[in-house]
Each structure stands twice: as structure tokens, then as C-alpha cells.
Design a binder for this molecule. Structure first.
Ligand code: G3I
Length: 331
């Protein structure tokens, strides 16, 4: 038996997003994916921007490569993502009518989900559909999908995915659920409301993905997270950690200190979640500090590099990896 606050005894699948550029050019990156992952997520190659650059034809080159790698190495796959307001090719943002948007969305989901039917077990059906602060004019984020289809965009996406691959696990993926602030609390409530409403309408949804881009200078809301886990559990929904990393731009430069702090934060976060509900998977948004969106999106004021991930830029495991491996082993 495990004492309160201790990691659950059963192993939890661990995984990472895989960025195609690094995947193609860096053999060490591929080795790290093999060694540390049970689950692989194409980071960008299933997004509309990658698949639908040309309106007339789908380009599955990147996605196929990563799916083949995962299958050859017996890794599970998560599909990211069928509907998002970002990473869209220009023609999508220029759509004008409801009919056009619905036709394109349905066709896209049918083609993509069907291609990987039985192979991509889990889909982030919708990504970031909740408005950042849903208490002010929420709950939906202003995207081309919301503008043309209204709240139904989410229902259409889930219905179409379920119809195309009835065995797929269908997830609503979003961020900012972890912070101890009223916005995060409101976002957790909205996520639950959306799930409940889909359920009431008989639309399949199996889980919620918490991106978990954690901020090093902030705390995590342990109580809020535990309550969220219990609420999801009552609805019969799974939870997955889908994009874990630590945004450490406001921390002092000292690398060892930052690594220690980030590992402790990740540990606190995962303990809060796992003590209330076992996630189906813990997925980080990359493996090595060599390649990450964090340094680009959150540039530091000094020359130090961002250290958001469990391996350093030379693929050495950091304290965060020890935390993750504990959950992976289930000890
Ligand atoms: O592939 C091109 C390359 O050929 C070109 O030289 C280079 C120059 O800019 O751009 C490369 O593509 C970029 C790609 O990342 C690869 O690094 C895209 O422009 C850039 O838009 C893309 O950004 C991604 C972003 O989503 C938008 O799709 C990030 O890698 C990715 O980490 C980020 O992931 C998101 C999740 O999907 C949703 N949650 C938040 C998370 C972080 O923003």
C-alpha cells in the first residue's frame, strides 16, 4: 500500500510530443523517444497547418513518419489535434460561411481519423476551445470555428470523430487548470460543464487533457486539482497530462537550482493529481531542453537557456526525469 501523498503503486504510461525537425535530424532525439516513452504524440504534424497546407490535398508525410516510428517501437499514439483555433493554413481563416466551415471540419476529421483508425488510440478532439477567462463573456474562445459554427463546433468535432472511429478515446484538451487563481477555477468548472453537456446530449467524450505548462514562479492549486479530479471521476471521465513542461523564464539563472525547483513543482503537481485520480498518461511537450517552444515564447532577460524538460540539452536526465520515472515505474 502507498502512504497518502505518495505515488500510486501502479505504473503510469509516460510519453512525449515529437517534433519532426528534431526527429529527422537528430538520432539522439529518436533514441530518447525510444527509451523514455510509452506514448508518442506528433507535436505539430497532425495540425491543420501541416496536413492542409494545400486546400486540395492532405499532406500526411510528417504524421506518417512519426506514426510508423511509434508503431515500429510499440509505442501508443495520441493524436493532436482535430480542432484548434491556431496553426491553421490561411485558407481556413478565410472561410466565410457556416456551411463551408461545417463541410470542411467534418471532412477533415473523417479523413484524418479514418487514416489512423485503430492506430491512434486517443485524440485531442478539440484543443484550447475554452476562453482564457471564461468569466468575462465566456465560455468559448474566439476562433474561426466559434465564429462560423458557434458552440456547436465542439459537438460536431466529437460526433464526427466518434462516428469515424467508434473505438477511439476522445479528449478535450486545454491549459491553465493548475494555477491557484480564480481564472483556473473558472476554467475547471467550464471544462466540467462542457463535458457534462456533451454527455447529456449523448455525444461521446472520454477524458480531459490537462496540458500542464507549469510556471516555475507560481504554485499549483493542490486542493483545486484534487477536487477537479474527483469531479471528473464522478462524470466517469479520464484525465491525462498532455503537454507537461516548466516555464522557468522568471527564475534565477543557476541551472542546478532551476532544475531542482522544477522537479519539485512537477512532483507537487503530479502528487496532487495522482492522489485523487490516476491519469491515463503523463506526456511532456518534448523531452530535451535542446528543443522546446518555451525558450522562444518566453525569452529570458539574461543569456541563460530555458530548462523546461526532463532531459538537458545534452540528453542528460535532470531531477524532473527522476520524478517522472518514479510514476512510470509505479513505485
Ligand atoms: O517547420 C518549420 C521550419 O521549416 C521553419 O524553418 C521554422 C521557422 O520558423 O518553422 C518551423 O515550423 C514551426 C514549428 O513549430 C516547428 O518548430 C512553426 O512555424 C511553429 O508555428 C510551430 O510552433 C508550434 C506551435 O504549437 C504552433 O503549432 C510549436 O512547435 C508547438 O510546441 C506548439 O504546441 C502547442 C500545442 O500544440 C498546444 N498547446 C500549446 C503548445 C505550445 O504553444
Amino acid at each position: 500500500g502507498s502512504a497518502p501523498g505518495q505515488a500510486a503503486a501502479r505504473p503510469i504510461a509516460m510519453g512525449s510530443a515529437a517534433e519532426i525537425g528534431a526527429f529527422r535530424s537528430d538520432p539522439r532525439y529518436r533514441e530518447a523517444l525510444k527509451r523514455y516513452c510509452d506514448v508518442v504524440v506528433p507535436m505539430n504534424d497532425l495540425k491543420w497547418e501541416a496536413l492542409r497546407h494545400d486546400r486540395a490535398r492532405f499532406d500526411f508525410s510528417g504524421a506518417d513518419e512519426l506514426v510508423a516510428f511509434a508503431e515500429a517501437n510499440r509505442k501508443a499514439l495520441r493524436g493532436h489535434t482535430l480542432l484548434w483555433g491556431e496553426a491553421l493554413p490561411p485558407w481556413v481563416k478565410e472561410m466565410k460561411t457556416r456551411a463551408e466551415a461545417e463541410r470542411e471540419l467534418v471532412n477533415h476529421i473523417e479523413v484524418v481519423v479514418d487514416r489512423y483508425k485503430g492506430r491512434i488510440a486517443t485524440w485531442d478532439v478539440v484543443n484550447e476551445v475554452i476562453k482564457y477567462d471564461p468569466t468575462s463573456g465566456g465560455p468559448w474562445r474566439d476562433t474561426i470555428w466559434q465564429r462560423l459554427l458557434g458552440p456547436e463546433h465542439v459537438e460536431i468535432a466529437f460526433r464526427t470523430a466518434a462516428r469515424t472511429d467508434p473505438k477511439a478515446r476522445l479528449v478535450l484538451n486545454d491549459f491553465h487548470f493548475e494555477e491557484p487563481d480564480p481564472v483556473a477555477a473558472a476554467r475547471r468548472k467550464v471544462a466540467l460543464d462542457i463535458c457534462r453537456r456533451l454527455r447529456d446530449k449523448g455525444i461521446p467524450i472520454h477524458g480531459v487533457g490537462m496540458q500542464a505548462h507549469l510556471y516555475a514562479e507560481k504554485q499549483v492549486d493542490t486542493d483545486g486539482l484534487q477536487r477537479f479530479m474527483r469531479d471528473l471521476d464522478e462524470l466517469g471521465l479520464d484525465v491525462e497530462i498532455t503537454e507537461l513542461d516548466v516555464i522557468d523564464w522568471k527564475m534565477p539563472a543557476d541551472a542546478a537550482l532551476r532544475d531542482k525547483h522544477s522537479a519539485a513543482l512537477v512532483s507537487t503537481f503530479l502528487n496532487a493529481v495522482v492522489s485523487a485520480k490516476r491519469p491515463k498518461a503523463i506526456v511532456t511537450w518534448g523531452l530535451t531542453d535542446r528543443y522546446s517552444w518555451v525558450g522562444e515564447t518566453f525569452p529570458r532577460k539574461d543569456d541563460a537557456k530555458a530548462r523546461p524538460l526532463p532531459l538537458d540539452a545534452d540528453y542528460r536526465p535532470k531531477p524532473m526525469m527522476a520524478v517522472l520515472e518514479r510514476y512510470r515505474r509505479g513505485t
